[in-house]
Ligand binder design. Structure first.
Ligand code: H2B
Length: 117
């Protein structure tokens, strides 16, 4: 079996996150984003977020993927923004409780990538 660098993240589970949990450092951001190269860190309304757009052949496939992401979110207790459109789904992960990025967001991004397989 081949192992990808993102497996280091996707094999982990989200931990309970509290308002006093620290945001990831710049150093951690560099390391963690390197494990999920298809994602970009973007700042919206002063909050750093992880974003990726997935492409599909039609609306039904986009919709099915958005549903899978929703199932993942409920099972992890961590919830992304999902923008469902014809042929594409944009997934945005951040941690509301801290207004930024926590390791949970990187774990969930790696798990989201696995849903396309
Ligand atoms: C009580 C519950 O676990 C929290 O409100 C969770 C739910 N899902 C969440 N999802 C995200 N993305 N960030 C959070 O801070 C968050 N908090």
């Amino acid at each position: 079996m081949t192992t990808k660098s993102s497996d280091k993240l996707s094999s982990q589970a989200c931990e309970a996150c509290h308002a006093d949990a620290p945001k990831i450092s710049d150093e951690e951001l560099k390391t963690l984003i390197g494990l999920i190269p298809d994602w970009t860190a973007q700042v919206h309304n002063n909050v750093m977020m992880l974003e990726r757009e997935y492409r599909f052949k039609n609306y039904k496939l986009s919709w099915a993927f958005a549903n899978k992401v929703s199932e993942l979110a409920e099972s992890e207790g961590h919830h992304p923004a999902i923008l469902l459109e014809w042929g594409k789904v944009k997934v945005t992960w951040w941690t509301h409780a801290i207004g930024g990025l926590h390791k949970n967001d990187f774990i969930c991004a790696a798990k989201t990538d696995q849903l396309t397989a």
